[in-house]
Design a protein around this ligand. Structure first.
Ligand SMILES: C[S@@+](CC[C@H](N)C(=O)[O-])C[C@H]1O[C@@H](n2cnc3c(N)ncnc32)[C@H](O)[C@@H]1O
Length: 297
């Protein structure tokens, strides 16, 4: 007997973002999209992850799924959605029980140790660290972004690991799970400020730091004060452009700025946004994402 029910909607040329908002309003526990033609950017835009707005031309048939704790709630959500003015192109595919599974084991099976460099690994608590690992970060998936599985996070960590030194101050701006700040601490950094606009990220960073035996100062962005020899921000191209004057002001003379969450095609707009203060260069690339870095004279 299942205790979860899935509502699946077929959307033909519908504005999928509106559909997902409506599902959220009726207490959906999760929404996912299957679209044979969807490119990665389109899926990212729907979920608010790094990426560009979805090209609507690519969405000729999508399936939006939402999970509910009971069948009446799923059916009520379907009725509410189909009654909307914009729902003409939305059809209910199914309201059905989700087969019982060992959800914990299923989740755990999706997270294996992640290699950042041959010596530095991110390892979930239920896994042994690989024997060749010399630096190990213990991190389990949680509410905040940053498990090491995303290319943007991996590129930042790779930069940290290959530029390991006793950084006297570090600013991790948009810390999520705290993964970059903890990575810096494991590679010799001290006095690390990890800030985020999301309170859940601050809590998560604090917990993950404790689990790794490192000390971070965590808080809202106002916590960041003065200049740092190392400033890292893995956010998104648009907020990174808005944050340019602020982030540059935090970089100490001779200090480094490391930016991620940027697609390859966005390199020029980022360079232009930072040009009044710092000369950004592309220093790494993975799966269409780039790492941009600059050093203050
Ligand atoms: C892509 S996640 C990166 C998390 C982690 N640093 C990593 O590299 O995996 C971006 C984080 O930036 C935070 N964020 C977004 N806009 C922000 C802003 N204007 N100021 C501070 N944090 C922000 C989000 O809440 C989120 O936790």
């Amino acid at each position: 007997m299942s205790n979860l029910f899935e509502l699946a909607l077929i959307c033909r040329e519908a504005d999928v973002e509106i559909v997902s908002d409506a599902l959220m309003e009726v207490d959906a526990l999760a929404v996912s999209v299957e679209d044979a033609d969807a490119d990665t950017d389109a899926e990212h835009a729907l979920f608010g992850e790094p990426g560009m707005p979805a090209p609507k031309a690519g969405w000729d048939r999508s399936v939006v799924k939402a999970l509910f704790p009971s069948e009446p709630e799923a059916t009520e959500a379907a009725t509410l959605i189909l009654a909307q003015d914009w729902a003409g192109d939305v059809h209910v595919q199914a309201v059905q029980a989700v087969p019982e599974q060992d959800w914990v084991r299923l989740t755990q099976s999706q997270f294996a140790p992640v290699e950042i460099t041959p010596e530095f690994w991110i390892v979930p608590s239920w896994h042994e660290a690989p024997p060749q690992a010399q630096a190990v970060m213990r991190l389990d998936p949680g509410l905040a972004f940053g498990t090491g599985t995303h290319p943007t996070t991996r590129m930042c960590l790779r930069w940290i690991a290959t530029h390991a030194q006793r950084w006297p101050r570090v600013l991790d701006y948009g810390c999520g799970s705290g993964i970059l700040a903890i990575g810096a601490a494991l590679h010799g950094a001290h006095d690390i400020d990890a800030v985020d606009i999301d309170p859940a990220a601050i809590t998560s960073s604090r917990d993950n730091a404790a689990a790794n035996g490192v000390t971070l100062t965590t808080g809202l962005p106002e916590l960041a004060r003065g200049e740092y020899p190392l400033v890292i921000a893995n956010i998104l191209a648009t907020p990174l452009k808005l944050l340019a004057p602020l982030l540059c002001a935090h970089v100490a003379p001779g200090g480094h700025l490391i930016l991620a969450g940027i697609l390859s095609r966005q390199a020029d707009e980022l360079k232009a946004a930072y040009a009044p203060w710092l000369a950004l260069e592309v220093s790494d690339e993975e799966d269409g994402w780039i790492l941009m870095t600059a050093t203050r004279a």
